[in-house]
Design a protein around this ligand. Structure first.
Ligand SMILES: NC(=O)c1ccc[n+]([C@@H]2O[C@H](COP(=O)([O-])OP(=O)(O)OC[C@H]3O[C@@H](n4cnc5c(N)ncnc54)[C@H](O)[C@@H]3O)[C@@H](O)[C@H]2O)c1
Length: 411
């Protein structure tokens, strides 16, 4: 592992542990070369500049390294001052690794522009503390969140919801242009940097590993991973070509494991320095993960199987305070999967005569809505409420939470 990736979650975890709230730790690549102090830095503890960890840090074991960093910080003088430095520099193997630190990404931008000259005061009440439901959105404020498949559909809804709640969002998608456009639109809308596009193919482990490294270098760590990217190829098992069956299994099932592995490693490293901090992995599953789906076995099987992964990963990762849960939404009729005017499921079902007597798209939609006790499809806000609940709820893991308007009920 690259040293700059190894150190990032440890530095972030150290400040999370000290303050009880999320911190942004951005690797400053421009200051990497050599061991000299970065421009404007002041290695004197208590000033606004860098805390310099020149002691050798063990890069073979994250727990030992976290302890060494924490001791070096305690000795720096900042510890007694209730302040967090603007910069941290770690010297290891003859190189200096410099990170900028701030309570949010806007603070990182301020340091880069030279507007923040003194160390950060630690806020009295840590941002992100749950407020007993009065303001559930507060639980993700300033936290780092990843949403795979975030460029459109449910993923885009979750990205927008988390951004509105004040989270930093990594929009990770195969559709690079879509992710870039959405990130630019959000950064414009909020007037600050809070969204980062990342090109990824979740089924390719190298690509996912690169994504996790990008996250480590941008925010220092990760608090919430929403594994949302998914595909559907409906077909009878008597007719489906097995390549298409495998494709669905690869993206919906195996890729969830790949994403959990690499985000889990990043969260585990952060936990080595912040043992009291909880992180979340949430898979966007489906009502078809709880109830079989006619002529859609590849999809339902991949979603049922993923709930087995959720339960197993939850039992394993609880050791690192990582909760693993699934949200199982009902049909998102207003999203592109159903409503795309050319290839959406409504058009496909109308043309295939799947709904007896249906003459228009509205007829097909009404047929499917009538299957839901609450009479409508699932929406982005329905799913976001479930995501925020799972983050806020510290005493639950390994669950599959239906959000189906009563269409699927747990027994
Ligand atoms: N739409 C629904 O009615 C519905 C209902 C229940 C559950 N879900 C689940 O919600 C999730 C999102 O579904 P949606 O309907 O919003 O999908 P969508 O097709 O509208 O969007 C999926 C996004 O994932 C991206 N993506 C696809 N393959 C990828 C890959 N290999 N790597 C990275 N990104 C990839 C796409 O580019 C796209 O941006 C899926 O897991 C799906 O199973 C959807």
């Amino acid at each position: 592992m690259k040293p700059e990736v190894f150190f990032a979650p440890l530095v972030r975890g150290m400040f999370i542990e000290k303050t009880g709230g999320p911190w942004t730790v951005a690797y400053e690549s421009g200051a990497l070369a050599g061991t000299g102090a970065p421009a404007g830095a002041d290695a004197t503890a208590g000033a606004g500049g860098a805390t310099d960890f020149t002691a050798g840090i063990d890069t073979s074991n994250e727990k030992i390294a976290a302890g060494q960093l924490s001791s070096a910080f305690a000795a720096s003088g900042f510890a007694g001052e209730n302040k967090i430095p603007l910069r941290v520099k770690i010297t290891s193997g003859g190189n200096g690794y410099v990170y900028l630190t701030a309570p949010d990404y806007a603070g990182i931008d301020c340091i880069r522009k030279g507007r923040q000259k003194t160390a950060w005061d630690i806020p009295e009440k840590s941002p992100g503390t749950a407020d007993f439901g009065a303001s559930r959105a507060a639980v993700v404020k300033n936290r780092a969140a990843l949403i795979t498949g975030g460029a459109q559909g449910f993923g885009e809804e979750i990205v927008r919801g988390l951004a509105a709640a004040g989270a930093l969002v990594f929009i990770a998608d195969l559709n690079k242009t879509g992710a870039e456009k959405l990130a630019a639109a959000l950064n414009r809308e909020y007037g600050r940097t809070l969204a980062f596009p990342v090109e990824v193919n979740v089924a390719d482990e190298t690509s996912v590993q690169n994504m996790a490294e990008t996250i480590a270098l941008t925010t220092g760590g990760l608090d919430l991973c929403v594994s949302n990217a998914g595909v559907l190829r409906a077909a009878s098992i008597l007719e489906q070509d097995i390549g298409s069956f495998r494709f669905v299994t690869d993206i919906n099932y195996t890729a969830f494991a790949i994403v959990t592995k690499h985000c889990g490693l990043l969260m585990k490293a952060q936990h080595a320095a912040a043992p009291s901090w909880a992180a979340d992995i949430i898979q966007i599953n489906s009502k078809s993960g709880l109830d079989g789906s006619n002529k859609n076995g590849s999809y339902a099987g991949s979603k049922f199987g993923s709930i087995g992964l959720v339960q197993s990963f939850a039992k394993e990762l609880v050791e690192y305070s990582i909760k693993v849960n699934a949200v199982c939404p009902g049909n998102f009729f207003d999203g592109p999967l159903w409503s795309d005017p050319e290839k959406g499921l409504f058009v496909q079902y109308l043309n295939a005569g799947k709904v007896p007597g249906a003459k228009t798209i509205a007829d097909v939609k009404a047929f499917y809505e009538s299957k839901v006790p609450m009479g409508r499809g699932c929406t982005g806000p329905d799913v976001i409420r479930a995501v925020l609940y799972l983050v806020e709820q510290l005493y639950e893991t390994g669950q599959a939470l239906p959000v189906t308007g009563g269409q699927v009920m747990l027994s």
